[in-house]
Structures are given as C-alpha cells and as structure tokens.
Design a protein around this ligand. Structure first.
Ligand code: ATP
Length: 588
C-alpha cells in the first residue's frame, strides 16, 4: 500500500473539523487497506508504532528532524529556519522546502506504508553510541524518497506532532463501521480496547477474524487494562445523593497508581499512563512475588512513600526520587514505599472486571498476604454525611488526599477506560475557599530577573481541549517553586524547547521561550475568572472571554504520570467556574 494514500487521507482529515466527516475519511481509508496493514495504519494514524505499554517511541527531537530535512532537501539551514518562523510547523516547512528541491533524487522510490513503518521502527529501536546520527541519516533517506506532502506527515509523525485530532474513540467508531458491521458494534470493540489497551491488536483481530473474535477477547496478564477514573463532587451530601444514601468510602492515598500483573514468578508494573515501570520499583516486584498468593493476578494499588520507622505516609514529592534510571538500590533504601491495594481485576484465568465491587474486594482479601508494605486500602461503608465527613478527616490526618467514594450496587463493575459516577473523589481542596488543583501543561516560559536571572521567572500553563486537540493557555505561574524546582525545571525543560509557539498551543500571550506540550504540573489556584487574554474555553460562556486561574501556585507535584492529553480539560475549568458561582449563590 502506498504511503501517498495515507498522506492523502491525512490531508482530508486535516481539512475538516467535523467529526463525522473525519470518521468517514477514516472508514474509507481502513476499507481500502489490505488486511495485514490495518494495524500499522491504526498505529501510524495515532503517531505510534506500538501500543504505549510497549515503551517504544518514534520520537526524535525537532533539531534532528531539521538536520534530516536540510540533508534531504538540499536547502540551507537559514532558509528552513526562516520558513519555520512563518509557518510555526516543521511539517509544513518540510512540504514547502521539498517542493523547492532543485535536484530530483535519481533513485527515488515510491514509499509504501510497510517501508515507512519498518524504517520508523528501525529508527525507534536504534540505541547506543552514534544512535542520533544513524537516526538522522535513516530519516533523511526516507525524506529523500518522499513527496512534499508525504514529508509533511513523516516529519510530524517522528516529532510527535501528527495532531490529526483523531481520538481513540474515533478510530474505534471507524473500525466498527468499516469492519464490525455498523456503528452499533462500537461497544464490544471499545470494551476489547479497554481491556487490552492495544488499538492495533483489536483492529487486527477484527479484520482478520471478525467481530465474534473481538467479543471473545479476554483480559490477559501483561496487557494493561485502561484505568477506571473517578468523577468529582464538592460535598458529602452531593456524594451520598448520587449513591442513593450509601457507599463505600476508601482512603485516597497520595502516591502513584500502579497496575500490577503477576504470573508465577513474573511481575510487571504499569503506570496510570500504562507505561511499564517495573524497573523503577524492583522492591515492589519482589514484594508482589512474595505476598500475592495466586498464580495469576492483576490488581491495582497506590504506591506511597512511607517512613519505615513510624509507618507514617510521606508526601507525594518523595516518590519523585524513585523516578530514575540509575542509583535505584540507593533510592529504595532512602525512600521506602508501601502499597495500598484497592481493586482486583483478574485472578487465575478469571476476568473480574464485570463483577460488582464487593466481590472483587472479597477476593482481593483472599489473594493478598497483607503485611506492613502491602495492605488493602482502609475502607468503610457509610450512609450518612456525618460518617463520611468524619472518615474524610481521619484520612486527611493520616496523610491522605481525601476519599474515594465507590458505588456498592450490583452494577458496580470496573469501568475500564472510563470516567464515571461509580467512583467519586472527595478531596480537601474542594472544602477550602480555593478551587481544586489542576494539572496544567507547560507551554511557554518567561525569563526570570533578580534571583531567578538565567532561569525561568514564570511558566505559561495550558489546559487541554480534547474536542480541538489543542492546548489553551489559562494562567501564568511563578509561585510555589523552590530554588531546587527552578533549577530542575530549567534544565528539564531544555529538551522541550522549540523555535516558536507550538502549533497545538492557543495563546494570545507571547512567551519568551516556547515548549512542546509535554510537562504536566499540579497547580492550585484561588479562583477561576473570565479572562480576555487566556484562550481556555474562549467564547464558550461569553464572547471574547476565556478562563484564567487567579493566584496560581505550583503545589510541588510534577505529574510525570500524566500525558499532556491527561491534563485538566478546558471544559473542567468551566465546570469549576460554574461550581464557584453556585457556591457564591448558596453562601448568600
Ligand atoms: P484522574 O485520575 O481522575 O484523571 P488524577 O490523576 O489527578 O485524576 P485524582 O483526581 O487525584 O487523580 O484521583 C484519582 C486517583 O486517585 C487514582 O488514579 C489513583 O491513583 C488514586 N487513588 C488513591 N487511593 C485510591 C483508592 N482507594 N481507590 C482508587 N484510586 C485511588
């Protein structure tokens, strides 16, 4: 299959903002794709080669892509950089510059999807000394054979900027229409995806074996399940009303979510983003081998830094020290952790995700040999707001963030990959005057003065808008950073510096430095206000007004467990604004 066919479809997808049209184009593309190539197309359309948990990324830095473009196009660096200043998008610059290419390569060959995929795969797997040069040379070769339009999408793919705005759900719908027999078959296809987190594999089974085989797909050890997420409500009364007066309340531990998979002596740990993080936690791997008395199990737990002498929980920031490649043994000793298990999804060949919560919990108790390092989350059943509030205060006193309130009904299944009302979070921040914390994406920075000279004085932060697939600025934050944070951020952000505003960032402010959206920080603000200069939910509530967070303060939490797309959404900020208005009304 020629890569030009994909490039053509990408062009059409880009030209529309209508989801239905986008789906139609994708359906057409999938229908015209040979069966054995469908999975590759599915990955490529999402800017990937494999599912996230495989840990293989295409990613090359923009600077390197520029070098490859210089080599392939024969243009001067200055010409490319000047053009980049105008377009703000290296893909578009590649298209323009390659169209001006003087010499046509003698042996240029037609690019096929298979060849593109294999080449990108080779690049992704190139490591060790000289890897950077090799990748550049290989990519320049690919660009030399590409038409200007193909080059545009190749560049965007390798630099992680494909931004077609095609969410997982659109791909699932397109698959349902193209190969499942119609839109209504999306549900079983989506379920298959939620339990294996591998869109390419689901697509492959669907096209080769049909819908029935997809329906039969099972939870499998070492294939992470997409996590169930919680809604939020501001008061015990609201929460109990939602649960018809009774629910399970559980400590909401302040750590890192871990999905543990065990089969015999093999254990893998996956993060909330479904990356394999086993190498960071060899102590947890050992603990699970010893304390889980089932041959096979998949369970979820919060991993929390603790003081081993007192058993007290330590702040989330201490876990940061465990995010490292080297010196792990040392960090294990210095920053010990405990696991608090809260759900069991699979045991000895049996999928438990469709069982009610009480059954899952009962089996979890059988399966875990609890000790000081591995415990089941502290929990209680409550049916009054007084009880809920008391338990909340107890949780806070013991160092937790608040409570997770969970439905106890027969229908209280594990909603893989969904944020629903079966779980509701209740955190301390809602209670104060302040708004809830937000997880915002760093998109720009302003140079610091005085003590912060040479570093960044403030960061420009954005929410995520999934409908537009854009990051929209919402605040400028210079408070809450320790000196250590300032140094750390300055060096860590260097990797993400780009020449001009990223094409997925909407901003009226001109930052001194721009970044590709990558780093996510937790920020607490005093209030959400309407704003003429921030682009978050611009024009949604009022013409020419967006939303800003006033008096933002960095909480000290680097949300390395979140992708930029997992950041607080622009819609959530509007909801916070509306909740604030309600609160003001009720206080009157
Ligand atoms: P979200 O995951 O909802 O997008 P988030 O990552 O900011 O947002 P929170 O809003 O703080 O997380 O709440 C959900 C997280 O709380 C879970 O992903 C999990 O890591 C953590 N957690 C702690 N204790 C529990 C518990 N007992 N049950 C479920 N989750 C828990």
């Amino acid at each position: 299959m020629n890569y030009a066919v994909i490039a053509d479809a990408y062009g059409k997808i880009e030209a529309t903002t209508k989801r239905l049209e986008m789906t139609d184009i994708l359906v057409n593309l999938l229908k015209n794709t040979p069966k054995e190539v469908v999975a590759k197309i599915v990955y490529l359309t999402q800017g990937k080669l494999y599912p996230d948990f495989a840990g293989i990324e295409i990613g090359i830095a923009e600077k390197l892509a520029i070098k490859a473009l210089i080599r392939a196009s024969g243009r001067k660096e200055s010409e490319i950089l000047t053009d980049l200043q105008t377009t703000g998008d290296l893909g578009q610059t590649a298209e323009i510059q390659l169209a001006k290419k003087k010499q046509v390569t003698f042996f240029s060959k037609t690019l096929t999807v298979e060849h593109v995929y294999e080449t990108l795969d080779k690049m992704a797997k190139t490591t060790g000394s000289g890897a950077v040069d090799t990748k550049m040379a290989v990519f320049a070769g690919l660009l030399s054979d590409a038409s200007p339009k193909e080059a545009k999408y190749l560049i965007r793919t390798v630099t992680g900027n494909l931004r077609l705005g095609i969410a997982d759900m659109t791909v699932l719908e397109a698959l349902a229409i193209a190969y499942g027999g119609g839109k209504e078959t999306r549900e079983p296809i989506e379920r298959a995806y939620n339990i294996c987190s591998d869109l390419g594999r689901v697509a492959d089974i669907l096209v080769r074996e049909g819908l029935e085989s997809v329906k039969k797909m099972q939870v499998m050890v070492f294939e992470p399940i997409r996590p169930m997420l919680a809604e939020r409500l501001p008061s015990p009364e609201d929460i109990l009303e939602k649960f018809n007066g009774k629910c399970l309340v559980e400590y909401k531990y302040d750590g890192e979510r871990i999905q543990a998979h065990k089969q015999g002596n093999n254990v893998s740990l996956y993060s909330r983003r479904l990356e394999n993080i086993s190498s960071q936690y060899p102590d947890v791997v050992e603990l699970i081998k010893k304390q889980v008395n089932a041959h096979e199990a998949i369970f979820e737990a919060e991993c929390v830094a603790v003081d081993m002498e007192t058993g007290d929980m330590r702040p989330f920031q201490e876990l940061m020290h465990r995010r490292r490649k080297y010196g792990i043994e040392n960090a294990i000793e210095k920053y010990p952790i405990s696991l608090f298990a809260f759900d069991l999804l699979f045991v000895n060949g049996k999928d438990l995700t469709r069982e009610p919560l009480t059954n899952r919990r009962a089996i979890l108790e059988d399966v875990l040999n609890q000790n000081i390092q591995l415990q089941i989350a502290t929990q209680k059943t409550v049916n009054s707001s007084k009880e809920l509030e008391d338990f909340f205060e107890q949780a806070i006193e013991e160092g937790c963030e608040g409570l997770m309130c969970k439905a106890l009904t027969k229908g209280s299944v594990y909603q893989a990959g969904n944020r629903g009302w079966l779980w509701i979070k209740y955190k301390r921040d809602y209670k104060s005057e302040m708004i809830d914390t937000c997880d915002l994406v760093v998109v720009g920075a302003f140079h610091g003065r005085g003590k912060r000279a040479g570093a960044y004085g403030a960061l420009l932060l954005a929410t995520y808008n999934p409908e537009k697939d854009m990051f929209e600025t919402t605040t400028k934050c210079g408070t809450g950073f320790t000196e250590k944070d300032i140094d750390y951020l300055h060096s860590m952000l260097q990797k993400h510096v780009i020449v001009c505003r990223h094409s997925r960032v909407l901003s009226m402010m001109e930052a001194d430095v721009w970044f590709e959206p990558f780093v996510v920080l937790e920020v607490l603000g005093a209030e959400v206000t309407l704003s003429p200069i921030h682009m978050c939910s611009m024009d949604v509530v009022r013409k020419s007004s967006g939303f800003a967070i006033r008096f933002p303060r960095f909480t000290g939490k680097y949300r390395t467990d979140k992708n930029p797309q997992d950041a607080t959404t622009s819609k959530e900020i509007v909801e916070m604004y509306q909740n604030q208005l309600k609160q003001i009304q009720s206080n009157k």
